[in-house]
Design a protein around this ligand. Structure first.
Ligand SMILES: [Fe+2]
Ligand SMILES: [Fe+2]
Length: 412
């Protein structure tokens, strides 16, 4: 049994023995749960402490100090990379405080988040930089041959577009790739869908989620396979995909929250949104290192540094690549405008991917290279009509789904 002094008693603690005032008066019985109003009265009645189940006084003090310290460290950690706070923006404030709590837990449990990279000296451009010119189109065109897209996707598209297609013929195409089929089944049985009963076959999965949705998922699984072998010296692909999956999961949840139909395309768009960056890393590694250093030195988003270094950013490269791969325009446009969803020609739904990218960057779930990111336009928050509760729900649900999907996609 632990005796806890009155100042450290907290609501919810359970008494391990009867509690009496110094004059012997019975106050509360063994097993009673403390409430704030009782604790306030204890002081008035001269009670100095109580026997409480499961905690020692020293432990309470130690825990409180630890939490306070973890919160302080977490706040300064988040302040170092988060866009400046607009106190009146309730959604941004909710995201920020969620991050502070998340990292405080990590600091308190001893699994501190990895330190933020810093560049203190003005970076120098790579040799010959000013003599080189870059073209997003040429970069993507060249790489298409290198990263050839898997046949399976085109086969699925063919079947879907055929006038005599049926769920059985799609199932047959997917069934010919057992690895793809296995991953798709894991996905439809995960918390991503949360179906109460297990789905054991591809025809059943198609019947439940629909063939368009299944195509989006098949494309998602196939894309990750294409970029599996990018050498580590260019980019940490595991971290890159974690960021992309997070963006996909958050986009999908946001679209679901707003009752926008066919959420799978948002998952796919989130997954593909930074794809062009892989080409920048592999095609122009020295320039990308320079862009990364510039973004860290000037505390600006990496896409802004890319524009300075190349004259365009990864969205331009990604757009050409997706055109070459005949990825539906509805998806490639959501990706193309993920940094600028308020541009005139941007589709209305690009704001989901934009916001999802903001959430993934805020929570630092993986990274595609950018430490700094822009805040979300207030008009955009307002257009989406999200309240802080919606945002928190997306973050909580998302964290679990991201973990599960990471396992399905990256561990065979
Ligand atoms: Fe991006
Ligand atoms: Fe991103």
């Amino acid at each position: 049994m632990g005796r806890v002094t009155v100042n450290n008693l907290q609501e919810g603690m359970v008494l391990e023995e009867d509690l009496r005032a110094p004059n012997g008066r019975f106050i509360l019985g063994k097993g009673a749960t403390l409430k704030d109003k009782y604790i306030r009265m204890f002081k008035i009645w001269g009670i100095t402490g109580a026997g409480v189940e499961g905690v020692e006084d020293g432990e309470v003090v130690r825990r409180a100090l630890l939490e306070e310290d973890a919160l302080r460290r977490s706040r300064s950690f988040v302040d170092a990379y988060f866009p400046p706070e607009d106190g009146e923006d309730v959604c941004a404030t909710a995201v920020r405080s969620f991050c502070v709590r998340k990292f405080a837990e990590e600091f308190a449990s001893g699994t501190s988040p990895s330190p933020l990279p810093e560049v203190k000296k003005l970076p120098r451009p790579p040799e010959g930089h000013f003599g080189r010119s870059f073209s997003a189109y040429a970069m993507a065109k060249d790489e298409v041959r290198l990263f050839s897209f898997p046949d399976i996707y085109f086969k699925i598209q063919e079947v879907i577009n055929s006038p005599i297609s049926s769920a059985t013929s799609i199932a047959k195409v997917v069934g010919n790739d057992p690895n793809l089929a296995a991953r798709l089944l894991k996905l439809v049985n995960s918390s991503f869908y949360g179906f109460p009963n297990p789905i054991q076959s591809i025809p059943r999965a198609i019947a439940i989620i629909g063939s368009n949705e299944l195509t989006s998922l098949a494309l998602a699984v196939s894309t990750m396979k294409v970029f599996k072998n990018v050498p580590e010296e260019y980019v940490d692909m595991k971290s890159f995909w974690r960021h992309s999956i997070a963006c996909g999961v958050f986009s999908r949840l946001l679209a679901y929250n707003k009752r926008v139909r066919s959420e799978e395309r948002f998952f796919l768009s989130g997954l593909l949104h930074d794809l062009g960056r892989i080409l920048l890393y592999t095609k122009a590694p020295n320039e990308m290192t320079y862009a990364l250093e510039l973004s860290l030195f000037e505390h600006i988003p990496l896409w802004r540094a890319e524009k300075r270094v190349f004259g365009f950013d990864h969205t331009a490269v990604g757009k050409t690549l997706m055109e070459e791969w005949r990825i539906p325009r509805g998806i490639s446009l959501l990706c193309a405008y993920h940094h600028d969803p308020v541009a005139e020609e941007a589709p209305e739904e690009a704001c989901f991917v934009h916001l999802a990218d903001y959430l993934a960057n805020s929570l630092r779930v993986g990274t595609s290279g950018s430490l700094y990111f822009s805040g979300v336009d207030r008009a955009l928050w307002e257009r989406l009509e999200l309240n802080e509760g919606d945002v928190e729900a997306v973050l909580v649900q998302g964290e679990r789904q991201i973990r599960e999907i990471m396992n399905i996609f990256l561990i065979s």
